[in-house]
Design a protein. Structure first.
Ligand code: HEM
Ligand SMILES: *[C@@H]1O[C@H](CO)[C@@H](O)[C@H](O)[C@H]1NC(C)=O
Length: 497
């Protein structure tokens, strides 16, 4: 081939690359114009920096690429790099024009403003959790049902009621895992354990078959939660949709049994569980909840009530085991508490947890460090200004809790696991958001902290975790977890407690 041919080839390559760049730029410009033109010139000029990207996918590729390649921070990082530290950006995600919010003050403003913002979860997520659950129901219904369902799981009396069951479930689980030297998937087992607890609280327990069916379906449901919403065989979202149908069927069965038992005049247990409350509640017009409403609320609660707690318990245990000094300090505190308990006392009491100051710091630091609820969704019902930028009516808002928790201006050395940073610290509003904030603050926050603390209490006093693959790769969606689900052995190391 002569020099001319090579030159020709390079020219062709240059022309093609040039054409791609031009077409790419043109497509982005047209998509941006299509999404934003209706705002009019003035409102458009008040939008935060950012771009709509390509039609359909928008920022989804770079979002999924960042999370799947093990560098989740590089997603918001790329906005900071390209558009500066405005903390508020515009993008196109989950099929909607979206404002990304990544700084504490702006997160707080959005979360506390019920007048101008409602929940705005992606359609695909709502389809999985349930259109009649909290993620999508109207404001007034949400207030009413939230009051009904949050009171029985929060506060001193409620937690006192559950403490015994949690304590027994935790000790039985630890005993069973340490009774053999086989490896267990520690995360999977912890999810099972937290699931057992939430099923007890909401359904008054369930048969082994029902438990297994529900557990399996919830795993599939969660794997599809942050995936691309492609409802075709072979895709995670498709499996998740099928899992939801199974959950509906199983819970409909439980509900039917319950209604049948009530008609016959006998109830399953002496305590009133959440299922009973949901069946009996009436609104101001005397209307009761339909089966599909009860089922969606249960699907939401049973999921929210075990997934995150299971993950946080696993990470807290791993961090304790990996940091001998932190372990020793936490263990010393638990030993002191054990010495202060009267020998006649049966099991732990709530007042014992009030004394677990350092353990509480370990749990808070884990909640911050694990980036568990990395994002939350809202939608603007009116034009609102945040940090000087316009959020147009109808646009979605993503609150990046993750960026807040990893902001070096809020937490010095944010990538260091350091429970002592919480000593004597009351975080500024909007800077610590593992449970959200405002009207949609997690109603299970105290229950979750209690469960996690009960587990760590027993673990610290008597057990050791040995991971099979301590440097296992982490997968970040839907929640950060080692890909081996923390394969490990649990060994009992002390008999004198
Ligand atoms: C470590 C464990 C947990 C974490 C990190 C967590 C985190 C969160 C967060 C961040 C939200 C707010 C989402 C938003 O801003 O829209 C939330 C909401 C919620 N959580 Fe939790 N949660 C945990 C445990 C629990 C437990 C144990 C329960 C059940 C008893 C629960 C039930 C719920 C429910 C029902 C909502 C929706 C509230 C509403 O929309 O009004 N969560 N959770
Ligand atoms: C949370 O994110 C930070 C920053 O990327 C990272 O250092 C930390 O390891 C993450 N935690 C988990 C459990 O993945």
């Amino acid at each position: 081939m002569g020099g001319g041919g090579v030159m020709g080839l390079w020219t062709a390559v240059a022309v093609v690359i040039g054409a791609v760049v031009v077409v790419d730029g043109l497509v982005r410009w047209v998509h941006g114009w299509y999404r934003e033109a209706a705002l009019g010139g003035e409102r458009r000029s008040q939008l935060p920096p950012g771009e709509m990207g390509w039609p359909v996918v928008g920022a989804m590729w770079s979002f999924l690429r960042a999370f799947k390649s093990g560098k989740p921070d590089s997603f918001i990082g790329s906005y900071i790099r390209r558009f500066g530290r405005s903390g508020v950006y515009r993008a196109f995600m989950f099929s909607s024009p979206t404002i990304l919010v990544s700084i504490p003050e702006a997160c707080k403003q959005v979360l506390m403003d019920d007048e101008n913002f409602v929940t705005g979860w992606p359609k695909a997520t709502v389809a999985l959790i349930g259109p009649k659950s909290f993620v999508a129901m109207p404001y007034e219904d949400h207030r009413r049902l939230r009051k009904l369902t949050a009171a029985p799981i929060n506060g001193f009396d409620a937690l006192t009621t559950y403490l015994g069951f949690i304590d027994r479930t935790v000790t039985a689980s630890l005993r069973s895992w340490s009774s053999h030297s086989n490896k267990i998937e520690f995360l999977t087992e912890l999810r099972r354990m937290t699931f057992k607890i939430i099923v007890q609280i909401f359904l008054g327990g369930a048969s082994d078959d029902t438990m297994r069916a529900l557990e399996r379906s919830y795993t599939d449901l969660n794997y599809g939660m942050r995936a691309m919403a492609i409802n075709l065989p072979g895709f995670a979202y498709h499996r998740a949709i099928r899992a939801r149908k199974k959950l509906v069927a199983v819970l409909q069965g439980v509900l039917d049994d319950r209604r049948a038992a009530t008609t016959k005049g006998f109830t399953r247990s002496s305590t009133v569980d959440m299922m009973a409350r949901l069946i009996e509640v009436e609104d101001e017009n005397g209307r009761r909840l339909q089966d599909d409403e009860i089922i969606d609320i249960l699907i939401m609660y049973l999921n929210a009530g075990h997934e995150s707690s299971g993950h946080i318990t696993m990470w807290a245990t791993v961090f304790l085991q990996e940091n001998p000094e932190i372990f020793a300090k936490a263990k010393a505190e638990q030993e002191a508490i054990m010495r202060s308990i009267q020998p006649t006392q049966q099991g732990l009491k709530l007042r014992d947890f009030r004394k677990m100051e350092y353990l509480s710091q370990v749990v808070d630091e884990t909640l911050r460090f694990v980036n568990i609820s990395f994002v939350s969704f809202r939608e603007a019902t009116k034009d609102v200004f945040v940090n000087g930028y316009l959020i147009p009516k109808g646009w979605k808002v993503q609150l990046w809790y993750r960026s807040v928790h990893m902001d070096p201006e809020v937490y010095s050395e944010p990538k260091k696991f350091n429970p002592s940073r919480w000593e004597g610290l009351t975080p500024r509003a909007g800077t610590f958001l593992p449970f959200g904030l405002g009207a949609r603050l997690c109603p299970g926050n105290d229950l979750a902290k209690l469960e996690i603390s009960v587990f760590l209490h027993h673990f610290l006093l008597g057990y050791k975790l040995t991971r099979a693959n301590p440097n296992c790769r982490i997968r970040y969606l839907p929640h950060p977890r080692p890909v081996d689900n923390c394969l490990a052995t649990i060994t009992k190391v002390s008999d004198n407690y």
